[in-house]
Design a protein around this ligand. Structure first.
Ligand SMILES: C[S@@+](CC[C@H](N)C(=O)[O-])C[C@H]1O[C@@H](n2cnc3c(N)ncnc32)[C@H](O)[C@@H]1O
Length: 247
């Protein structure tokens, strides 16, 4: 019998990231109205960020200047994993003097955010369709962010998936770099062991101090109820808020 060559699997290793990402990109098709909103308005809202090898990566050397992006100098709040945009839309409406940047890899979520931003006539909101830690680490200038929000990040509940959790020692390092001195990282989750992990990681992180007394932070009053929070609460899970100030 002649020896068969081993099947050759071609792949380009440069398309694989060094670190696991905290999302699985949903192919989730957009509705016709989302598709329309995306086509009509993405140039106005979505940052034009050069990608690296992966579709949601940020190319090395890509930089953004918040003053140029928003056309003005103002405090900057960045939401990581904004979903359908409920929290950031509400905040952007309430605080016209602040700039808001929503980072989300789920395009249909961004399209929904855009539809509501248009209806509300918001001028202080921009969107980014990229892996959030890369944007915070590479694209934004160090010390340029006043607040980072991470509300109900994907829990990656199974132990073998914990390495995919967004909030890690590495994320703490990246958040610290992006935040200005005195800036705040706000987090919320309905997964108790993730809340404990967040607290452990951030208590141990250099350059942060707790911005709450007692076991957990008070519910952040700018945080609106989202479907994810409601689902957790309906299942009887406690909702945990955390806040850490950048030293
Ligand atoms: C469980 S949902 C919560 C959405 C929203 N914060 C809320 O409370 O309704 C988590 C969202 O984070 C997004 N996400 C996860 N990892 C991300 C990352 N590394 N960069 C950008 N978005 C991410 C997911 O696509 C998903 O929409």
């Amino acid at each position: 019998m002649t020896e068969q060559p081993l099947p050759y699997k071609s792949f380009d290793p440069s398309t694989f990231r060094e670190k696991p990402v905290s999302f699985v990109r949903r192919s989730g098709r957009m509705t016709p109205s989302q598709e329309r909103a995306w086509n009509d308005h993405h140039a106005k809202y979505v940052l034009d960020i050069p990608h690296g090898p992966a579709a949601t990566s940020v190319a090395d050397g890509a930089h953004g200047d918040p003053e140029q992006i928003f056309g003005r100098r103002a405090p900057l709040v960045v939401e990581v994993g904004s979903g359908q945009g409920h929290a950031i839309l509400h905040a952007a409406e309430q605080r016209p003097d602040t700039n808001f940047l929503a980072i989300e890899v789920f395009r249909a979520g961004l399209a929904r955010t855009m539809i509501r931003a248009e209806l509300a006539g918001l001028e202080n909101l921009r969107l980014a369709e990229v892996n959030a830690p890369e944007l915070l680490e590479k694209y934004l200038p160090a010390g340029s962010v006043d607040e980072i929000w991470v509300f109900f990040p994907d829990p990656w509940a199974k132990a073998r998936h914990h390495k995919r959790r967004l909030v890690s020692a590495d994320f703490a390092r990246i958040a610290r770099q992006a935040l200005r001195e005195g800036g705040v990282l706000r987090l919320a989750t309905d997964w108790e062991d993730y809340a404990e992990q967040m607290r452990e990681v951030l208590d141990a992180a250099d350059g942060f101090e707790r911005d709450f007394a007692g076991e957990w932070a008070e519910r952040f009053e700018g945080r609106v109820l989202t479907a994810f929070e409601k689902k957790g609460a309906d299942k009887g899970r406690a909702i945990r808020d955390l806040a850490y100030r950048r030293l």
